[in-house]
Structures are given as structure tokens and as C-alpha cells.
Design a protein around this ligand. Structure first.
Ligand SMILES: Nc1ncnc2c1ncn2[C@@H]1O[C@H](COP(=O)(O)OP(=O)(O)OP(=O)(O)O)[C@@H](O)[C@H]1O
Ligand SMILES: [Mg+2]
Length: 600
């Protein structure tokens, strides 16, 4: 029970709050931190048809935020209206389901004016420039001003009127980071608009994106290169798909260009940047086959549909949306991305080759260059190369040129094997270095999937069943899935209370350690519980199973064997990366090699 409030007399009295209080309450929802103010102001500029938007801040936006645009501007008599609550030029209120602009609530400016010192200066063509200010909800009269076009909104001392909020703000750096994130997201959504972001304290240009031209795809590609770096676009495949009137466009990075956190996932719904669990969930589903769970794909995806099929009025900051048919959207994302990645075939990301070149190049690399966030090689379980020295075994030599010229194949003709694993192949334009272990793992996985899809994985019986001891619960978990596992090539039976007998294993694995395989499958079954879709779980189990089939690791391969592996890689979808999103091969063009030796 709450303590009696001394401000309220014994019997409650209902009273109408004044505008200043109402606006402060609304501001609490709309303006959480400086970045939310920036978002509201930049959205207003875009809604006003600006071609260029300039954002300046100081002390992480706490002391100053200024947004300047060259949009349509406002007439002097519109200024008081713009600052009053529920006044908007963007909807007439008759159809809340058909919203085409960023704004529609008529709340942003009055909210900002309630919690900070706000000055709006604006000029509409054919009118004089004028200015109005509000400080903690107190509005000034409209006065003449000097401005050639567009609008300048200046917000100083954000939250001075609500000190409680001020305490929750993070460091200037963190707030500045959040501002940059907001501006970048909006800049991705509007490639034809130019953006710049400046830190007035340091005088530094934080970020700048010039207006793009051309068709939407080109413009978007150019803009994404400016914001996410050229590496992103170089390593991404275009996505363009439609399902039941919903379109999905944008770019999705190859699995080999993944990141350790979900920091490069950008979704836009009808041009609005959103953060949505359903969308990121669908993304995980689409990449489940290519990435281990601790790697995150990088994408910028745009969903467009009739505005009546998505509700944007779910959250005051409009960062969440509700789809009327979430299943359609999820299905579209999963199928379109899988398709686009399959089209990319066995392409591994170019950053892999760039990384290799960077590592080999003799001159020191520029420390200011962005670090290529590639898979962490250190964490790979791979055969360790023997210590180098003269006693090392020579590379396996391949017989003289085979009868047919294999170098015309995309992955070329095998020339040698190094360290009992890596295959060196010559192509028409350069060379390929293949991680045979990783490649083989992927091929086995794809074969297993194809067999499951046909009529079950071909099994081979063990001469003597392998008895694996485990806890009673674990044995029950496995035996409960016995039929499904048999489909996947693993035949098991109970063997007393705490043990399971493995009778058959997938033929494609050849001789394998049945016990290790079974325990791995058990891990996969217990991990993730029942939350994952059946197909995802089957694939996850198969992916684990495939890791056990790498019979080629650690032994010499004959030339035909190596060439057969290369040919199979060419014919197999997704063979450019292993089941964990690491590349299976690296390509070096002759020009790259020549660069290495300073020949060009
Ligand atoms: N930069 C600008 N250029 C021209 N007009 C503007 C600008 N900023 C605001 N306005 C005008 O002021 C009105 C109020 O802006 P405000 O941001 O408060 O509400 P809104 O954008 O309509 O809705 P929301 O609260 O959802 O953002 C807008 O509808 C628009 O007419
Ligand atoms: Mg607005």
C-alpha cells in the first residue's frame, strides 16, 4: 500500500493537467536521450523534403543539438502551431492506417520544447524568415529572423527541466555514439539525401554522406558503402524478392563476412528504421545453415508493403512495428536470403583474400585502417602445422600437367598439398588455397542434407556396436529421437539403463568415432531446447554429424582426390564457407600476387 501523498487531500480530486505538465509527460516517452531528439529532428527535415541535412552536437548532445535543412520550411504563422501538441501537417486524422511520412503524431517539437531550450528558425518560399523559442514549456512570441531557406532547429540544455532524466544519461561519448547510429540509420533509409554530422566541441566531422544518384539499387549500394564501408558492399549479395505483395530489397553479406555481435543488422519497414525481434529472428533462421550461433550476419534490408499491412503506431518512438501477417514477412526473409546466398554459389568473401594479402605484405599496414572483422582464426580447431624447419616433409608433388587443362575450372587444377591439409590450385587468373578439412566438412553436410531430403541418409553397420555410457536422462533424450536419428543415418538402441548402443553410422562419414559423434549429437539435441524449428534442429544435428566425416584431414591426398574435391566444391551450393561461416578457400589473383612482390 502506498503512503498517503501530502499533496492530495483525503478524497481524490480529478484535475486537468496544464500543457507544460502534459508535454513533459509525453516527452518522457518520445525523448529518452539526445539521440531520440536527433532522430525526431532529422525525420522532420526529411519529411520537409530536404536534400541536405546537417546535424551538429556538443557534449554528446547534452548541451547542444542543431539540425539544419533545406526543406520546405514554415511560414511565420505556422511556427506556434508547430510547437503545439497534436498539431501536424502530415496526416488529417482520418486514416491512421495509411501513413507515408516519418512523423504523424504532432508531438516531437512540443515534447522537446518541454524538456529543453528549443529555438526554431524557418523560412518558407514567398514568406519572411521567422523564429520562435520555447524554454521548459514557456513559449516566446514569433519574431523576424535571418535565414535564406529551410529550417534550423536548435535544442540546448536537453532535460534541464527534468533533472531526473539528466541523471540517466550516459557519458558524452556513449551519447554521441547513439546520435551517430541514429543519423546513419536514417541516412541508409534516404540515399538520395545528403547528411553530415559534426561534433561542435571538437570541430570534427563525425560522418558525412553525399547525396546519391542513379536508380534506387545503385544509390543504396553507394550509400551503404559510405556508411558500412566498401567491404560490406563488396562482400554482400543483392536481395530483391516479392511475396504476396511484400517486397524485400537490400544487401546481405556473405557468411564469411560475419561479426561477433549483431551490430550490423539494419532493417527498414516502408523506409523507417526499425528494431524488431521478429525480423532479427527471421534473419537468424536464414543464416542458420551457414553460421555458428556466436556469429552474426551483416545485412541492410528494406521491407516495403502497403502501409495498411503494417502498424507503425505501436511505440511513441516508432521504432517498433506490427505486421498484420508476420508469417509472410518471415517466410520472405528466410527464402529470399537463402536464395540470394545460394546464388552467390561458392563465393567466399574478398576480405579473406585481402586479409591474407595484408598479412603477407611486407610494409606495415596503416593502423587507422578499419580492422577486418573476419572469423577468429585462433579459435579454429584445425591441425597445427608442424614446427617449421628444414626437416619438414616436402609438399606432396602432383604429377605433370593432366591431359585436360583443369585450370579453366573456377577452382583450377590442384598443384600441391601443404601440411597434410591445404590444397594449392592454379586457375586461369591466379591461385586458390583450399582448406580441405573445412571444404570436406561442408560437402559432407550438403550431401547429408540431400540424402535426408530424398529418403534418409545411407547407413553403414558397425562391425561391433559401440556402447556409449551416459546419464539415464541423456540416454532417454537420444532414444526418444531414435527414429529421427535413424533418418539422419545414426541407428541406436537402448543398452541397459544408462547406456546407448550405436549400431549404424552415416555411410558418407566413412570410419568415424561413433562415441564422439553420438555425444556431439546429444549436445545439439539438448542445446537450444525445443525452441528451434524442426528443420533448424535437423540441420544443426547434420552439421554436427558432418564434422565427424573429415576423413581427409591429416593425410596426404592424391592428385585425383584433390581435383575431385575441387570439382565437387564447384558443383555444391554454399561450398565457399564451412558450416561455421569460415571460408573454405581463398583466391589470390595473379595481380594480387604481383602486388605482393611489388611487381606492379
Ligand atoms: N524541419 C522542418 N521543416 C518544415 N516543417 C517542419 C519541420 N519540423 C517540423 N515541421 C512542422 O511542424 C510540425 C510539427 O512537428 P512535430 O515533429 O512536432 O510533429 P510531426 O512530425 O507532425 O509528428 P511526430 O510527432 O510524429 O514527429 C510538422 O507536422 C511540420 O509541419
Ligand atoms: Mg516529427
Amino acid at each position: 500500500m502506498a503512503r498517503p501523498n501530502p499533496n492530495i487531500s483525503a478524497l481524490p480530486v480529478i484535475r486537468q493537467l496544464d500543457d507544460a505538465a502534459i508535454n513533459r509527460i509525453a516527452a518522457g516517452e518520445v525523448v529518452e536521450r539526445p539521440a531520440s531528439a536527433v532522430k525526431e529532428l532529422v525525420e522532420n527535415s526529411i519529411d520537409a523534403g530536404a536534400a541536405r541535412v546537417e546535424v551538429t552536437y556538443q557534449e554528446g548532445g547534452k548541451s547542444l543539438i542543431r539540425v539544419t535543412d533545406d526543406g520546405c520550411g514554415m511560414a511565420p504563422e505556422d511556427l506556434p502551431l508547430a510547437l503545439s501538441r497534436h498539431a501536424t501537417s502530415k496526416i488529417d486524422g482520418s486514416d491512421l492506417l495509411n501513413i507515408q511520412s516519418f512523423g504523424f503524431r504532432g508531438e516531437a517539437l512540443p515534447s522537446l520544447g518541454a524538456v529543453g531550450r528549443l529555438t526554431v528558425t524557418s523560412r518558407r518560399t514567398g514568406f519572411d524568415a521567422a523564429q520562435i523559442s520555447v524554454t521548459g514549456g514557456e513559449e516566446s512570441a514569433v519574431r523576424p529572423a535571418a535565414l535564406s531557406r529551410g529550417t534550423v532547429v536548435e535544442l540546448r540544455d536537453l532535460f534541464f527541466a527534468t533533472p531526473a532524466r539528466l541523471k540517466f544519461l550516459r557519458s558524452d561519448r556513449a551519447e554521441a555514439q547513439a546520435i551517430a547510429d541514429v543519423v546513419k540509420r536514417l541516412a541508409m533509409a534516404e540515399p538520395f539525401v545528403g547528411f553530415s554530422l559534426k561534433d561542435a566541441g571538437t570541430g570534427r566531422d563525425v560522418f558525412r554522406a553525399d547525396p546519391q544518384s542513379g536508380d534506387l539499387f545503385d544509390a543504396l549500394g553507394g550509400r551503404l558503402s559510405q556508411i558500412l564501408g566498401r567491404e560490406f558492399t563488396q562482400n554482400a549479395v543483392p536481395v530483391d524478392a516479392v511475396r504476396e505483395g511484400v517486397t524485400l530489397t537490400g544487401f546481405a553479406a556473405l557468411p564469411t563476412y560475419s561479426r561477433g555481435a549483431a551490430v550490423s543488422q539494419f532493417f527498414f519497414v516502408n523506409g523507417r528504421p526499425v528494431r524488431d525481434k521478429q525480423l532479427t529472428g527471421a534473419l537468424r533462421g536464414a543464416y542458420a545453415d551457414f553460421l555458428s550461433r556466436d556469429r552474426h550476419p551483416a545485412v541492410a534490408l528494406f521491407i516495403e508493403c502497403d502501409p495498411t499491412r503494417v502498424d507503425v503506431n505501436v511505440h511513441p518512438a516508432k521504432s517498433e512495428v506490427r505486421f498484420r501477417e508476420p508469417g509472410v514477412v518471415r517466410g520472405l526473409i528466410v527464402s529470399a536470403l537463402r536464395h540470394a546466398l545460394a546464388e552467390a554459389g561458392h563465393r567466399a568473401s574478398t576480405t579473406v583474400a585481402d586479409g591474407v594479402l595484408g598479412a603477407m605484405r611486407p610494409e606495415p599496414t596503416n593502423p587507422s585502417e578499419p580492422v577486418v572483422y573476419q572469423m577468429d582464426f585462433a579459435s579454429r580447431s584445425r591441425p597445427q602445422p608442424p614446427p617449421s624447419g628444414f626437416s619438414e616433409a616436402p609438399a606432396a608433388q602432383v604429377e605433370p600437367e593432366p591431359a585436360i587443362d583443369l585450370t579453366s575450372h573456377p577452382l583450377g587444377a590442384a598443384r600441391a598439398q601443404l601440411h597434410e591439409n591445404y590444397i594449392v590450385a592454379q586457375t586461369a587468373t591466379g591461385m586458390i588455397l583450399v582448406d580441405a578439412h573445412a571444404a570436406h566438412e561442408r560437402l559432407v553436410y550438403e550431401r547429408l542434407k540431400a540424402q535426408v531430403a530424398a529418403n534418409g541418409v545411407t547407413r553403414q553397420a558397425l562391425l561391433i556396436p559401440e556402447i556409449v555410457e551416459m546419464s539415464v536422462e541423456d540416454a532417454q533424450t537420444l532414444l526418444g529421437q531414435a527414429d529421427a536419428l535413424a533418418q539422419m543415418g545414426l541407428a541406436i538402441e537402448g543398452f541397459g539403463a544408462g547406456a546407448v548402443a550405436v549400431q549404424e553410422t552415416p555411410a558418407v562419414l566413412g570410419l568415424c568415432n561413433a562415441k564422439a559423434l553420438l555425444l556431439d549429437v546429444l549436445d545439439e539435441l539438448t542445446d537450444g531446447g525445443t525452441t528451434r524449428a524442426v528443420k533448424e534442429r535437423i540441420d544443426a544435428v547434420l552439421s554436427r554429424v558432418a564434422c565427424h566425416g573429415s576423413v581427409r584431414t591429416g593425410r596426404r591426398m592424391r592428385a585425383e582426390e584433390m581435383n575431385a574435391l575441387l570439382r565437387e566444391m564447384e558443383a555444391t551450393p554454399h561450398s565457399g564457407q564451412c558450416n561455421h561461416g569460415r571460408p573454405t578457400y581463398v583466391e589470390l589473383k595473379l595481380t594480387d600476387i604481383e602486388r605482393l612482390f611489388g611487381r606492379t
